[in-house]
Write a new protein. Structure first.
Length: 328
């Protein structure tokens, strides 16, 4: 098993900055006062939104892929595998990984793969590609891309979803290395008591062409914070197993779905804001890329440096949560 490192990370986001006022007015017309919920519970302030006429999840993925290649001084010919993570790709066929391959002019002998783990997808993919690269000598460099465009999937009458999202893609270059950079451990927990709480499309794909639009929107009921205690337990277990302490971790990259969740995790783990950033007040909630934006901002701000220990922790519908420990 050889070591693998995250060489570079880049982000692409929509150019339109939309503040809470638009959504406060939107829901006021429905007789709902959502200001406190948006600002205090969810922690929203602004979010980036794309141009809906010209952009989508795939265009964002391509933009972030091209940006991370340029940052790495690489071309598509240097990439041995492309993995795309997203909840609802722009196309089911061909795969988004193939569209990205085409856009970056990838080489013929390149593995291309899409995966969908909902909001834990990119973190789950990071675990898989670390392990796959370390055991497959054909893969020296890998492009991992996450992109979700979530707003069109939710009802404009659902304040728990509508107005919560931002449009962002994130791309990473991973490469084989002799440096002491590696995946250390990953833990996943599943609780299907909440299997019916979030469902998209609500009608199921078998009925998507013969049902009103309202029955296509995501069927959403909050599945609460059942996962937080389990995530704390999994994080502590990974650290104990690796002879590490909370203070050894430079950044905890938590799900950005709600500010109150991040605040609770900070409190339970005994960490300050500088070790567990909240960035969804700028980006909005971005699904599969959510914890990677914390990682990106931490590197950009100098809070995460090469050789540091980093924890990713996020949650998805169904429901399941994942915690991952790596040495950057």
């Amino acid at each position: 098993m050889e070591n693998v490192k995250i060489r570079e990370i880049e982000v692409y986001h929509g150019k339109n900055i939309v503040d809470n006022e638009y959504y406060i007015e939107h829901f006021k017309k429905q007789g709902k006062d959502i200001k406190k919920f948006f600002e205090e519970t969810m922690g929203r302030r602004n979010r980036y939104e794309i141009n809906r006429d010209t952009e989508n999840a795939l265009t964002m993925a391509i933009q972030s892929s091209q940006a991370v290649l340029e940052k790495s001084k690489l071309t598509g010919k240097d990439i041995d595998m492309i993995v795309y993570s997203g909840m609802l790709a722009e196309y089911v066929s061909p795969t988004s990984a193939l569209f990205i391959h085409n856009a970056i002019k990838g080489k013929e002998e390149c593995f291309c793969h899409d995966m969908n783990g909902n909001c834990i997808g990119m973190t789950y993919a990071l675990d898989l590609v670390f392990r796959y690269m370390s055991s497959n000598p054909q893969i020296n460099r890998l492009l991992l891309v996450g992109s979700d465009y979530l707003t069109p999937q939710v009802s404009p009458e659902n304040e728990e979803c509508y107005g919560q999202y931002g449009d962002v893609a994130c791309a990473l270059i991973l490469e084989r290395t002799d440096e002491d950079c590696k995946l250390i451990d990953t833990k996943i927990s599943v609780n299907t008591d909440f299997i019916d709480y979030v469902r998209f499309p609500k009608c199921g794909f078998s009925h998507i062409y013969d049902t009103p639009k309202e029955d296509v929107y995501v069927d959403w009921k909050s599945f609460g914070t059942w996962w937080i205690d389990g995530a704390v337990e999994n994080i502590n277990s990974m650290l104990d197993k690796s002879n590490l302490a909370i203070n050894d971790i430079s950044m905890f990259c938590f799900s950005q779905i709600a500010y109150k969740n991040v605040a609770t995790l900070r409190e339970k783990l005994g960490i300050g804001t500088e070790k567990a950033l909240y960035v969804a007040d700028t980006y909005g909630y971005t699904g599969t890329t959510s914890p990677f934006l914390v990682f990106y901002e931490g590197i950009k701000n100098g809070q995460v440096k090469r050789g540091d220990y980093v924890v990713f922790c996020t949650v998805a519908a169904g429901s399941t949560h994942i915690s991952l420990l790596l040495k950057y």
